[in-house]
Ligand binder design. Structure first.
Ligand code: PMP
Length: 412
């Protein structure tokens, strides 16, 4: 059972939270990275309240006109000819299951390839296809037999002890080896996060995704981009797939799509992959009108002219300030990120992952500075993440970094 140790938060606005005693906190990580528009964004609140008062739920037989509006908006921004969609999930985990089901049904093939350190959700299947084995150890049924895991393009700690630009992309070669020696010979898809979020904010090197796309084409594998964390403006682009020129066949979305934390998910794909029958993947609350309205109104805000340009600009400001901290403190091995998705790799004097220090930073940020940060429990556990809502102001970015500076000074 969860033990309550903290004061209850009563109210939130933007990136600010007020607790029971009236004390203000800054949320540096947008809730669970899902409050893309921050607490209580007025446009989304208004639209959701209006919808709740009119009609909050109908069977999915009747919600299509609402869902289609959201999907039309998403595909307008989508890369690589993605022009169809599915919106019967409310979590990223089952959206990813939807995508892998589509890939298996379309190709008639079995195997699913994913990266070490990846995180694709917490249902048993999503856990199984995620690349963090320790998550599966206590739950044997979540070992998906036809799931293969391949080394992550983690250049800071290259699994091959190599370095860019002359590494020859051994991490891509390793995928070919898995296909040749470990697969059943029938591979449905590869699922990737454009930035390995929970694995440690890992950004693949330039050229990685183009090589990956080529490999997928050679083996007729569907490429799924899990944009549950990176989607809906987080990187300064509606989809990180656009930023990195990934050319996925399917994109999965959740988290930020709900704007103010309303649970909602979507899967968008090329129409050739629109192969599921309604009864093959849908959930009771999957296209409930509260979630669909939150998604619609969130997209209205994110696609306002200039909104994403501002995110890019604010991302550069945040990156520059975190870069200064990186120069100042030896305990930061690397500050890496793009847009408003940043991570600090916390290291000991030998450069090894310093999980204890990363945890101390997060704890002290909360207790001493009233700044909420999160760690990366799925990777080595030593990356402290900074991901404010897309609506954060430049002044708030400076405040977050000042608080972080004070914490780093105190932990040494
Ligand atoms: N994919 C990624 C990249 C995620 O970060 C998460 C959640 N942390 C999921 C999928 C699962 O989403 P949900 O928690 O909504 O099931």
């Amino acid at each position: 059972m969860q033990t309550l140790t903290k004061d209850r938060f009563r109210y939130g606005k933007g990136i600010r939270l007020i607790d029971d005693s009236g004390v203000e906190y800054l949320d540096g990580v947008s809730g669970t990275f899902n409050l893309s528009l921050g607490y209580n964004h007025p446009h989304v609140v208004e639209k959701v309240q209006e919808q709740v008062g009119n009609l909050s739920h109908m069977s999915s037989t009747f919600t299509e006109p609402y869902v289609d509006e959201v999907l039309a908006h998403l595909v307008e921004y989508a890369p690589n000819g993605i022009d169809a969609g599915w919106m019967r999930d409310i979590t990223g985990s089952t959206a990813n299951e939807c995508a892998t089901k589509i890939a298996q049904k379309y190709t008639g093939a079995n195997d699913i390839i994913s990266l070490f350190l990846s995180h694709h959700g917490q249902t048993q299947f999503a856990t199984g296809i995620s690349g963090n084995a320790f998550r599966r150890r206590k739950f044997p049924n979540s070992a998906v037999p036809n799931s293969l895991h391949v080394p992550a393009p983690y250049c800071y700690r290259c699994p091959f002890n190599s370095s860019q630009p002359n590494c020859g992309f051994q991490c891509i070669e390793a995928i070919s080896d898995q296909i040749e020696y470990a697969s059943s010979g029938s591979i449905a898809c590869m699922i990737i996060e454009p930035i390995l979020g929970n694995g440690g904010n890992i950004i693949p090197p330039e050229g990685y995704f183009q090589r990956l796309r080529k490999l997928c084409d050679e083996h007729n594998m569907i490429l799924i981009a899990d944009e549950v964390q990176t989607g809906i403006g987080r990187t300064g682009y509606m989809f990180a797939s656009e930023l990195f020129d990934i050319k996925p066949d399917i994109i999965t979305l959740a988290k930020g799509l709900g704007g103010i934390g309303v649970p909602v998910a979507a899967v968008i794909m090329q129409s050739r992959l629109d192969v599921l029958e309604k009864h093959e993947h849908s959930f009771t609350s999957g296209s409930n009108l509260i979630s669909v309205t939150a998604a619609k109104s969130t997209l209205e805000v994110v696609s306002e002219p200039g909104f994403l340009d501002e995110v890019k600009l604010k991302g550069e400001i945040l990156g520059d300030l975190l870069g200064e901290l990186d120069m100042k403190y030896a305990s930061i091995g690397e500050a890496r990120g793009v847009g408003l998705m940043w991570g600090l790799e916390i290291v000991d004097q030998d450069g090894a992952p310093d999980v204890a220090k990363a945890n101390a930073i997060i704890e002290r940020a909360f207790s001493d500075q009233h700044l909420i940060l999160r760690g990366s429990r799925y990777g080595f556990g030593n990356v402290v993440k900074v991901r404010p809502s897309l609506t954060v102001t430049e002044d708030e970015i400076a405040q977050i970094v000042d608080k972080l500076d004070a914490v780093l000074k105190s932990v040494g």
